[in-house]
Design a binder for this molecule. Structure first.
Ligand code: F6R
Length: 609
């Protein structure tokens, strides 16, 4: 995700900012920039691509003199990676500069208001809207203007703000996006991530949601959203740099698993406006939605597994014939595609060679193409007719978790929107599904809070040489993902089967003590999957069942261990069922001493066929 660093003190700011940005590089970014105040003016330098471009541009900071400044590494969300879109952004007068992490959800509305007041914009970003809004409220007191502006802003943010009218202060404010103040010997800092400042100090204070900090070179004051002064305690950080990058988590995979409530919320809220799903900025206009005759969903690995979820959901709720196809197979199957086919390609990286080739093939056959992609400006995002971005931020662990969850969220949005446009879902059910979708992030938190149970289960089974996953319908799609997660990071042999398929061959592999993970969240198929559980129990397998709270008693009666997820709408169970399987895989791999973030033989982005 984006990174923020700011400094005010006696030293030259630019080299400190560039050093801080370098420490933030691990988070992933596509452009970087700094703004430094000197002699009555804010000087901004920005460069697309690697940080070394910004270092070259500024001669390692020597060309941008001054002792107060802010810096940023940007991971594009609104608008392509470009110098105009990268941060810091200046207000129209050039007197206020801002850096921003997070998303201003109501930026279009604010932009329209500001346009009507005569403001103009140079970038496509939500951040420029925020700095112009501060300027709109600015009447000589920067703190007041920032406070009024954030009061109008919906979404998540960490802002760092400086102004040429106030060269003695740096303002920091946050809501749902991390930001710290750090106390150094030559001055003070702000940062989105402790790593950016660990070289200079280990004394920090954490901003809480709604806090505004006014940072000066010799002190810091904290205010609440009513501008009443408050106290924030100092903390001493004894982590090393690598620990700090993982924000205290032992692995990036675990950190990313824990980021899922936030990324699912961000991805959903980007497309829900005034109680309705709004995909009008994609090719899914109501007219087009009514024309679609067939859907193909294409991806590799976990992205393909989201496609399998999509197949079940779209066929049930839209009655459009839908297939999920492995990208590597698609080209060689002589696909039946025409201009009434919607092809949805799913890719976290947006660079997967097979998915990209399949996209081109689909386009050449006349299909309309929609990409679900995480990396803004990636090849697949550029080549598809239309894109829906998952707002998962950079994923560092090789095994995907948060991008997968964000892709599921997009699948729910597409399914519900298409179902509604085609008149297949009642207004009441639409409202019910949407309301429950918005509760999913909270329910994921509930599942995450049970991690100790999964840790315990992992400690019971980590020595197994083979683990099977079974499920039916959506639970089969989740089994595929659970099995892939486990095998790729723990190196245990694992396979996923549709429950009914077991007795057509695989059941011969079930021996006493073999672990079978039964995903049993589809209420309508619960009895069916329990029949399969009985088949493996009869061969003395151990069974771990993942089911909804309401089925706990029934599941406990026939299985060895039960992990429950909160009850939810039948469409949305994948988002909750996936979480325990990710955590189970994580703890099994941990117990086996595997290199969890970088499993052997695997790469994060597979750019060769
Ligand atoms: C599994 C995993 C891979 C990817 C696959 C597609 O944890 O990460 O299976 O899902 O390589 O990658 P993207 O989504 O970048 O196209």
């Amino acid at each position: 995700m984006c990174g923020i660093v700011g400094y005010i003190g006696r030293e030259e700011a630019a080299p400190i900012l560039l050093y801080g940005l370098e420490r933030l590089e691990y988070r992933g970014y596509d452009s970087a920039g700094i703004a430094v105040y000197d002699k009555g003016k804010l000087n901004v330098a920005k460069a697309v691509g690697k940080l070394k471009n910004l270092c070259e541009l500024t001669d390692n900071g020597a060309k941008v003199s001054g002792c107060i400044g802010i810096g940023h590494t940007r991971w594009a969300t609104h608008g392509q990676p470009s110098t105009d879109n990268s941060h810091p952004h200046l207000s129209g007068s050039g007197k206020i500069a801002i850096v921003h992490n997070g998303i201003v959800e109501n930026y279009m509305k604010i932009r329209e208001m500001l346009l009507s007041e005569g403001f103009t914009f140079k970038s496509e970003t939500d951040t420029e809207v925020a700095v112009q809004l501060i300027e709109y409220y600015y009447k000589g007191n920067l703190l007041e203007a920032v406070s009024k502006a954030v009061d109008k802003i919906e979404g998540s943010y960490a802002f760092g703000v400086i102004s040429s009218d106030h060269p003695d202060e740096l303002i920091a404010v946050r809501k749902e996006s991390p930001l710290i103040v750090a106390y150094g010997e030559t001055g003070n800092f702000i940062a989105s991530d402790i790593t950016a400042v660990l070289k200079y100090t280990r004394n920090v204070a954490y901003l809480e949601d709604g806090d505004i900090a006014v940072v000066k070179k010799d002190g810091v004051k904290f205010y609440n959203s009513y501008l009443k002064e408050i106290q924030r305690e100092k903390a001493y950080i004894d982590w090393d740099v690598e620990d700090a990058q993982r924000e205290g988590y032992q692995h990036f995979m675990l950190k990313e698993i824990y980021e899922q409530p936030k990324v699912v919320k961000n991805t959903l809220s980007a497309h829900i406006k005034d109680g309705r799903i709004d995909l009008s900025d994609t090719l899914l206009t109501p007219e087009y939605c009514r024309e679609i005759k067939r859907i193909s969903i294409i991806g590799c690995g976990s992205a393909y597994h989201v496609g399998v979820v999509g197949k079940y959901l779209l066929e049930k709720y839209t009655r459009i014939p839908t297939e999920a196809v492995l990208a590597s197979e698609f080209r060689y199957t002589d696909p039946i595609i025409d201009n009434h086919t919607l092809v949805i390609v799913i890719s976290q990286s947006g660079e997967t060679a097979d998915t990209r080739a399949a996209l081109r093939e689909a386009k050449s056959l006349g299909a309309r193409t929609l990409a679900i992609v995480n990396v803004v400006g990636s090849s697949i995002a550029k080549e598809a007719d239309s894109v829906i971005y998952t707002l998962a931020g950079p994923e560092i662990a090789v095994a995907t978790t948060k991008a997968y969850s964000a892709q599921l969220a997009v699948m729910y949005l597409i399914t519900t929107a298409l179902s509604s446009t085609r008149g297949l879902i009642s207004a009441a059910e639409y409202d019910e599904v949407l309301a429950e979708m918005l509760r999913i992030p909270g329910k994921i938190e509930t599942v995450l809070s049970d991690r100790e149970q999964l840790q315990h289960l992992a400690s019971m089974y980590f020595n197994n040489s083979s683990i099977f996953f079974i499920g039916r319908n959506l639970d089969y799609a989740i089994s595929l993902e659970g099995s892939l997660k486990l095998k790729e990071i723990s190196y245990i042999h694992s396979e996923a089967y549709a429950g009914g398929e077991l007795k057509h061959g695989t059941i011969s592999l079930i021996e006493p003590e073999t672990l079978v993970v039964a995903v049993a969240t589809c209420e309508k198929l619960f009895d069916k999957i329990i029949s399969n559980v009985k088949e493996v129990k009869a061969r003395e397998a151990n069974v771990l069942c993942i089911t909804q709270n309401k089925s706990f008693n029934a599941a406990s009666a026939v299985t060895d261990n039960v992990f429950t997820i909160p009850n939810t709408h039948e469409m949305l169970t994948p988002s909750l069922a996936a979480i325990p399987l990710q955590l189970f895989a994580y703890y099994v791999a941990l117990d086996r001493g595997c290199d969890i973030d970088k499993p052997r033989n695997l790469a994060k982005s597979v750019t060769v066929e």
